[in-house]
Write a protein that binds this ligand. Structure first.
Ligand SMILES: *Cc1c(COP(=O)(O)O)cnc(C)c1O
Length: 354
């Protein structure tokens, strides 16, 4: 604490990311990174980027990357907004679109960065409880609001809802923006991006993606939002009032190649989905209750073992998972899907513990 902190900084409770331990031989299953490397084409694009050009500012618009995203998703480049990780994209979304007179709505159990942005930007919000099986119940969002945001699939539960339900929500909730955070969409969830194609693009839908999870580029920091061109224009106004160059030359080069290598994404995602199936079956046999997941992690609890204890015991064995000390989900562990070898180590450890 310093008396020089501004009043708002004194009230903040910053987001705490999962730890990034420096020890090498750990089974790190706590921050939903990909266990596989990025596309070799992305690595090659970064390596062959002309480093002499690093003295020059990058393209502030990221035009080639926007074109690549637009082409992949069947959109117009004017429908694409880029940021330094989707966390930065979300920050601009909160400030530029979700800060309204009426409260923002999001689930009580969700990405814990959302309330942090609300605090930072002075946004009123209300949380909407998940249903008894930790599912998002969209009927509960039928009230006056200044915006709605949730991840699909939700984090940390891994549960998804079908696109048709979101389509219905968009129609009923035509008075405010609906933001779908699709950080984990590539592991078996229906994306809402197809709704944005062509002339029937809804005015109030924004979808955010990251290259940190399924494209295995968490260290490069690239994310994007897609939506109606008028929403994107609003985000560009915020971005150009904050930092005109959020993506460096290396990030843009790597991201373009990664976006263009859809075949690699699909084969890595298929591997993760297969390993997830093996883990879920093993957890079932050990008596765990696991929420149905279409993400690259599972959310699971054991009726006889406390989440905090299992977390510590796994840690002693060099396996790091995520545990949240929040009231409703205190019994759960969130476990990232690793390689098959990591998965076997995890299962063997759990067999000893329960
Ligand atoms: C990981 C994650 C993000 C942010 O990813 P970036 O690395 O900042 O692109 C956004 N939303 C959810 C729900 C996430 O889990």
């Amino acid at each position: 604490m310093s008396r020089f902190w501004s009043p708002v900084v004194q009230t903040l409770t910053p987001y705490v990311p999962g730890e990034q331990p420096q020890l090498q031989r750990l089974v790190k299953l706590n921050t939903n990174e990909s266990p596989y490397g990025p596309s070799p084409k992305a690595l090659a694009a970064i390596a062959t980027e002309n480093t002499a050009d690093l003295r020059l500012y990058p393209d502030p618009e990221g035009s080639r990357l926007k074109a690549a995203v637009a082409k992949l998703h069947g959109l117009d480049p004017k429908q694409v907004f880029l940021g330094n990780g989707s966390d930065e994209v979300l920050a601009h979304v909160f400030q530029g679109l979700l800060k309204q007179k009426l409260p923002l709505l999001f689930p009580d159990i969700s990405y814990s960065f959302y309330p942090v942005y609300c605090k930072l930007f002075g946004i009123q919000y209300e949380t909407v409880p998940l249903g008894p099986h930790f599912e998002i119940e969209l009927d509960a969002y039928a009230k006056l609001n200044g915006g709605i945001i949730f991840p699909n699939p939700n984090a940390p539960t891994g549960r998804a809802i079908p696109r048709a339900e979101i389509e219905l929500l968009l129609k009923k909730n035509s008075g405010s923006v609906v933001v779908i955070d699709e950080a984990y969409v590539d592991y078996g969830t229906e994306s809402c991006i197809p709704l944005l194609r062509g002339e029937h693009c809804p005015e109030n839908l924004l979808v955010t993606h990251t290259l940190s999870k399924s494209r295995a580029l968490a260290g490069l920091r690239v994310g994007f939002a897609v939506g109606h061109p008028a929403l994107i224009e609003g985000l560009e106004r915020v971005k150009n009032s904050f930092n005109s160059y959020p993506l460096g030359r290396l990030a843009q080069a790597g991201a373009i190649a990664a976006i263009e290598d859809q075949a690699y994404l699909e084969s890595m995602s298929a591997k993760v989905i297969r390993t997830r199936g093996v883990l879920v079956d093993a957890l079932d046999q050990l008596g765990f209750e696991t929420l149905p997941s279409t993400a690259n992690f599972v959310f699971t609890r054991h009726p006889k073992h406390a989440g905090a204890t299992l977390y510590e015991q796994l840690r002693e064995r060099g396996i790091i998972v995520r545990h949240f000390k929040s009231p409703r989900i205190d019994a759960f562990l969130r476990i990232t899907i690793g390689t098959d070898e990591q998965n076997q180590e995890l299962i063997a450890a759990l067999k000893e513990l329960v």
